[in-house]
Design a binder for this molecule. Structure first.
Ligand SMILES: [Zn+2]
Length: 112
């Protein structure tokens, strides 16, 4: 009865993996300690750059988690697999390549 059982499983697995990664990296996004005595100017800039990269990665993970949660919600609501723009069915191949996709190929190509 559940056509999307496999895709849902993939979404749930990816969500679990992302949640785990986010927990692992919490340390990396804490503010850089400005310990002047031990950290020279260059290494402090390195640390700040690494922090910026960690924050960007964290943002991407959060955005991905948001998309996954939305896809799981659409599955639960029986709305999954329809393009959010034109409501035509999204090709199965497209959903297999990324189960969190929300647009059919025509709408994705038109840049919405
Ligand atoms: Zn569409």
């Amino acid at each position: 009865m559940d056509d999307f059982a496999q895709l849902r499983q993939r979404l749930e697995q990816e969500r679990a993996a992302l949640a785990e990664q986010s927990a692992d990296r919490e340390d990396a996004v804490r503010p850089v300690a400005l310990d002047q005595s031990r950290v020279g100017r260059l290494s402090r800039m390195d640390a700040m750059q690494m922090q910026a990269m960690a924050e960007a990665a964290q943002r991407r993970r959060r955005e991905r988690l948001r998309r996954i949660a939305a896809a799981l919600q659409r599955i639960a609501a029986g709305e999954y697999g329809a393009c959010l723009s034109c409501e035509e069915p999204i090709a199965a191949k497209r959903l297999e390549s990324d189960p969190a996709l929300t647009l059919c190929i025509a709408c994705a190509a038109s840049g919405d």
